[in-house]
Structure formats: C-alpha cells, structure tokens
Design a protein around this ligand. Sequence first.
Ligand SMILES: [Zn+2]
Length: 104
Amino acid sequence: MSVFDNKSLDEQHDLLLAECNAENLRQNNPMNFPSGFFRVESLSGKYVRDDFYCPSCKIHVKGTNHQPQGVKHCGKTETPKVGVGALIKSLGVKSLTYVDKKIL
Ligand SMILES: [Zn+2]
C-alpha cells in the first residue's frame, strides 16, 4: 500500500512536489550559519576558528583560517578578504556562537 495508490498522475505529481519541498525546508541551514566566511566563538565568547557557509550549495567548511587556498564551491574558489577589505568586514562583525562537539 502506497500513498500513490489510486491517485491520478497529477495528484502523484503534487504529492512528490510537496515531499520535495518539505525535504528542502528541512535541509535549509538548520544551524542558521551566516552566509560566507564567519567567526566561530565558544559560548564564553572566545575565538575558536573561522568557518565558511554557502546558502546556495549548502557547503559548510570548518577551520578556513587553516586553508589559505580558499573554499571551492558553486564553480568558484572564494578566499577570505585580507587587508582593508578584511578591516571593513570586521566592522560589521559576522560571528556565530554554537556548541560544536569537537570544541567541547
Ligand atoms: Zn556555493
């Protein structure tokens, strides 16, 4: 017995789309990562490392401060801004505090 039994093709299509949309919502950034490079801090506010998250391809790379070659995603390589760009970026501090099993 399946949910598709005795359903028309249009009804089966609608059921499949609803299932796909529900799955996409479940996968859409459940950790609420900031977009791009961000700073990870412990619960006490201590710097832990830099991470990267892309909302398009959903890639999350930990410890980008140890990867000077940058992050490959969406058909491109992105590197953290350095110099003046980094200073300007640091004014609008983008950081995330969360409990990571590896930190504890
Ligand atoms: Zn991407």
